[in-house]
Each structure stands twice: as C-alpha cells, then as structure tokens.
Design a protein around this ligand. Structure first.
Ligand code: FAD
Length: 452
C-alpha cells in the first residue's frame, strides 16, 4: 500500500499519524523543528503546546470541548491519552504538565512500528497521499506553495476575530433584524443583519470602557507587518471618540422598530455566522482586549446584556486557508485531492480542535488508501459539527477560525417545551456519543449508562 506523508508533527499531525498507523498504514511525519524554528515553539518535541497548558473543559456532558475529549478517547487518540497521562489538578479543566505531555506523545508516536519521523522542512506540495498539518506558523516556503495552488486570496496570515454570540442569548426586544438601507433582493438579504442601538450616553460610556480595557500585546516577531487591514476596535477608539461612529458603528440606513421615532446615536451590527443561524459575529469588532474585559464591555451593548459568547475576539499570527471554498467534506483540497489539510491551518482554533481534525484526517486518509468506504462523519458529533462547519457550513466570505461549541450543532428537539441549558447540553452530548460510537463501530451505549 501507499505511504502516507504527514507534514507537521504538531497536535494535528501527530494524531493523524497515530490514527492512520493504527489502521495499518505506513506513515512518515515530516517535522521541521528543531532544525527550523518558529517564534513560539521552544523544543524539537512533537505536539509541543506553544502557550497555555490547558485542553480546556473536560466536562463531556455540558461542554462541547469536553465532548470532543470524549470522542477522541473513544477513538483511541494519542493526544488525549498523553494529556490524561500527564494531567495536573485543575478542577473540571484538563491541564497538563506540558513538557511531560509532549515527551509522551513523541515517545508513543516514534515507537509506533508504522511511523517514522523525518526532521526536515517541506517546501513544496507532495504528489502522493499526504496530510498538511503545519499549523498557524506554517513556514513561509510551504505557505507560498499552498498559496500558489489555492490562490493568494484564500490564505490568511493573521486572524482578526470578532466575537461570536449565540443567537438565542440576544434580547430581540431591544435588537432587530435589518440590512442597511434594506438592501437585498430577498427578504433574507434584507434582514441579514441584527442591530443593537445605542443612545449618546451609552455610546460615550462604551468608548470609555474600550479605552480603559485591559489588552494583550503582541509577542516579538508576531506581527510581521500584516496588521494594518484589521485595526482592533480599541485602537480605532484611541484614534478619536467618533471613529467607531463613522466606522463599524455608523447609525445610518437603519430604523429601530422598537422606537421608530428615535434615531440611534450608534448601532452595533451582528452578521449571521453559520448556515444554521445559531451564531452571529459582531461586525468589525476584532479586538486585543483580554477575555474578561471583552465580556464586560460587550455586555453593555443594548440587547447583549445576557449574551453568551461562542468565542471571544482576538488578533493573532495565524496561517489558515479558506476551508469552506477549498476543501471537500473529506478535508481534501478540491483542486489537488491527494492532499488533505488538518489542524489549525484549516481554520479551527485550539489544541483540542486541531488534534481532533488530525484524528479525522488520519482516519479518512488511511481509509482511502485501503480502499474502504467510510460513512460520512455524523454531523451530530462534535467532530462532525466542526468539520462540516469549516468545509461548508461557515460563511466563506467572512471565514475566521472557530472553536468547537454547541452553536455548530443542529438544534436538539426539546420534547415537552423549552428545556434549561443544562438539559439541552446533555441532549447534545448524548446524541453525539451515540452517533460517534456508531461511526467508530463501537457497541451502542446502553440506556442506563447514557442516562447516568
Ligand atoms: P502545530 O501544533 O503548530 O503543529 C504544526 C507543526 O508543523 C509544527 O511542529 C511546525 O514546526 C511544523 N511545520 C510548520 N511548517 C512546516 C514545514 N514547512 N515543514 C515541516 N514542518 C513544518 N491553542 C490553544 O488551545 N491554547 C493556547 O494557549 C494557544 N496558544 C497559542 C499561541 C500561539 C502563539 C499560537 C501561534 C497558537 C496558539 N494556539 C493555542 C492555537 C493552536 O491551537 C495551536 O497552535 C495548535 O498547536 C495547533 O495545532 P496544529 O497541529 O495545527 O499546529
């Protein structure tokens, strides 16, 4: 059988190699470290954690990341196993000893009889079966090769992420749906935006809050000149108190149906972020504010007082492709299907999400080499929700990296009226566990253990 080449031995590449190797495929990982360094990595280990030492929530009944942990455990994932083996006490979060974690992954992966590691930078796209998992800090030679294949405009070097809000947490007695000047051919287009009005006092207080908020700073070497097109809102506010009112918060072409006679002083607009309509991003609100400051400041926006955030904003050095246009549902480049992409470069965000996409890519690539027809990844699983978001569900025009969250899932049918959030999350996770077990060919969860 053909050898599978995996470029990048990070979270995604290590997991992809492990999964494919366990299916009997011969795998070569190509990893440029320690010969070629990045500004964030410190070692030559596989799966080095570049920043926090946390895999976030381990709650597999109330949290989508915890559910992803569960799914990776069920699939025999090496990343989650190495995390479990090196866990530190951290309440309901899964935090690890980062050095011991990377050492464990490196030992297990390199000891696998079907895996070898070649320590070198890859600078062109291979012809045979391959997975590119070179992450947010993909070397520039390879990024150039990807851009040459996929088109310069479909590769980003920075993410400028605006916060994303769960639609069902927005107060529609204050907000309303309307596109500026009612533009659009269809009713759907004319109501594509969700608007939150501010009076003068609210706007001034909002600007004060932005100007005094805690912000994070760039690491040396991180900006590399890419930053100009996407100023953070707090920087816009620093340039003048009215800048936002003439920019993303301009109040023109909009009428508030709750108060048709009052002209808003400023308007915050949100735009639909997924096909399901469960998530909305705040237009133009990329920010370097710290997470705590973001939730405090954004909840002062009328209509967002009780907002739940699917993800908060940020601006980072991050190489990623426009997956909704470039990848098929099997994570293959449409224009060059011998190549799969996995990990952060596909526009997922986070260690766990990256490892999860590696897990899928490894299994899908191995199945293809073996001539096996795998059924589609079930959309009701965390894996499936995430991969179908990046390969199709997300809006391609405004595509930004995404964390896993329940807003990506098909809504659950709440029998007997509206349920509390805890119940709903349990319904999501029960449904996901059953679907994932079936996809893996594991025995069905029995009712009593699923209901515990
Ligand atoms: P990586 O883990 O980065 O693996 C990619 C590998 O490919 C690297 O080992 C790299 O050396 C190698 N490589 C690159 N180019 C080539 C080439 N041409 N040839 C061969 N090898 C190559 N996520 C979190 O969950 N928590 C955090 O705290 C966090 N902090 C971050 C901080 C920074 C500075 C950055 C950049 C990202 C951070 N992330 C964080 C996001 C992300 O989840 C991690 O970067 C994650 O490691 C991504 O997994 P990956 O496998 O896609 O990429």
């Amino acid at each position: 059988t053909q050898t599978l080449h995996i470029i990048g031995g990070g979270m995604a590449g290590s997991e992809a190699a492990w999964q494919a190797a366990n299916m009997g495929i011969t795998v070569v990982i190509h990893e440029m470290r320690p010969k070629v360094e990045t500004f964030a990595h410190q070692t030559g280990d596989l799966a080095e954690m570049v920043c926090s030492n946390s895999f976030r929530s381990d709650d597999d009944e109330g949290n989508a990341v915890g559910l992803l942990h569960w799914e990776m455990r069920a699939a025999g994932g090496v990343i989650i196993a190495a995390a479990d083996a090196n866990a530190l006490p951290a309440g309901s979060a899964l935090a690890v000893d980062r050095e011991a974690f990377a050492k464990t992954v490196t030992e297990r992966v390199t000891a696998h009889p079907n895996i070898s590691v070649s320590y070198e930078e890859v600078t062109s796209l291979p012809e045979g079966p391959c997975i590119i998992a070179t992450g947010p800090l993909t070397s520039s030679a390879l990024a150039d090769a990807i851009a040459a294949e996929a088109g310069q405009e479909s590769l980003a070097f920075f993410d400028a992420i605006a916060p994303i809000v769960h639609f069902d947490s927005i107060d529609m007695s204050r907000a309303w749906m309307q596109s500026r000047y009612d533009k659009g051919e269809t009713e759907e287009e004319r109501t594509a935006y969700l608007n939150c009005p501010m009076d003068k006092e609210q706007y001034e207080a909002f600007i004060d809050a932005l100007l005094s908020a805690d912000v994070t700073t760039f690491k040396p070497g991180e900006t590399a000149g890419y930053f100009d097109g996407c100023l953070p809102i707090e920087v816009m506010a620093e340039r003048g108190r009215e800048t936002l009112r003439f920019g993303p918060m301009k109040p023109v072409g909009l009428t508030n149906p709750h108060q048709p006679d009052v002209k808003p002083h400023a308007v915050v607009q949100l735009r639909r972020d997924n096909a399901l309509g469960t998530l909305y991003n705040i237009v133009g609100f990329q920010t370097k504010m710290k997470y705590g400051a973001q939730t405090t400041v954004f909840k002062t926006i009328p209509g967002l007082e009780n907002a739940r955030f699917a993800r908060l904003g940020g601006i980072h050095r991050n190489t990623f492709i426009n997956s909704p246009t470039l990848l098929d549902e099997q994570m293959r480049l449409k224009s060059k299907p011998n190549i799969r992409m996995a990990g952060q470069i596909t526009g997922v965000e986070g260690y766990v999400e990256s490892a999860a996409m590696g897990l899928l890519a490894g299994r899908l690539a191995a199945a293809e080499i073996l001539g096996q027809d795998l059924p589609p990844v079930p959309v009701d699983t965390a894996m499936g929700a995430l991969v179908s978001h990046i390969t199709g569900g997300a809006e391609a025009k405004t595509f930004q990296p995404m964390n896993v969250n329940f807003g990506l899932f098909r809504p659950v049918e709440a029998k007997g009226g509206r349920r509390g959030r805890k119940d709903r999350y349990k319904m999501y996770t029960d449904r996901a566990k059953a679907a994932w077990s079936e996809w893996l060919g594991l025995p069905a969860l029995d009712e009593s253990s699923a209901a515990e």
